[in-house]
Design a protein around this ligand. Structure first.
Ligand code: SF4
Length: 227
């Protein structure tokens, strides 16, 4: 399907990109970080996450008891659906308090993989991509994962096809990462980071920068509008 080699693609991207900021590893912090903004860049998202930390705190008890206006004061600065995202912050904190004794990281560490994944999928908006990311970066399991930017790049390069549903395409993509990549956590994390950055910087959703891309000559160029 593709003339590209996945390991070579990840290695070339990792070597050519600026070093990524140390990735987040705490599962509850990742959930909060994703909920503060909707389709916004990393820099403003980080600003909002730090505002949540300083104004309310990252402790689930503090988030559950925070006034609505305090949560909304942060989520309103993060794009669309601020009400839903404020509720997502609060409902996530409630799950940690109710199902994890207040410590999601410790709860996940004590569960077998299937149950850890099931627990993570209780959190609003997480799904398989979010659960896989947390399992991988939190150090719970060396599972393949890819974000929406990386998935778009994998499809365009021809590593997998775009399916009718995003979740089916995601399943195909992680299967490719598992079969053509390396099984170690370090490689899987570097693949997630490198493919995400490639999708954001060059393999952009609406206008991919193919002339500047190192894979231009071998890429399948399966440019789609929906991913
Ligand atoms: S050549 Fe274009 S479509 Fe292919 S990976 Fe590079 S930017 Fe994406």
């Amino acid at each position: 399907m593709t003339r590209l080699d996945l390991k070579e693609v990840v290695a070339e991207l990792a070597a050519s990109q600026a070093p990524a900021r140390a990735p987040m590893t705490d599962p509850f912090e990742i959930i909060l970080y994703e909920a503060v903004g909707y389709l916004i860049d990393d820099e403003p998202r980080q600003v909002l996450f730090e505002a949540l930390r300083s104004q309310i705190g990252l402790d689930p008890k503090a988030i559950v008891s925070a006034p609505d206006e305090a949560l909304l004061g942060i989520t309103r600065r993060g794009g669309m659906h601020p009400d839903k995202r404020a509720e997502r912050l609060r409902s996530s904190a409630r799950i940690v308090l109710g199902a994890c004794g207040g410590d999601l990281a410790a709860a996940l560490a004590g569960l077998p993989l299937a149950k850890a994944r099931a627990l993570l999928k209780q959190f609003d908006g997480l799904g398989d991509p979010g659960a896989d990311r947390i399992l991988l970066f939190g150090g719970y399991a060396a599972v393949p994962a890819v974000d929406s930017n990386g998935l778009r790049a994998l499809v365009r390069m021809g590593f997998c096809l775009e399916r009718p549903s995003w979740s089916s395409t995601y399943k195909d993509a992680v299967a490719v990462l598992a079969s053509q990549g390396e099984p170690e956590r370090e490689w899987l994390m570097s693949a997630w980071l490198a493919l995400r950055e490639h999708g954001k910087a060059l393999c952009k959703r609406s206008r991919p920068q193919c002339l500047a891309c190192p894979f231009d000559e071998l890429c399948a160029h399966a440019v789609t509008s929906s991913l």
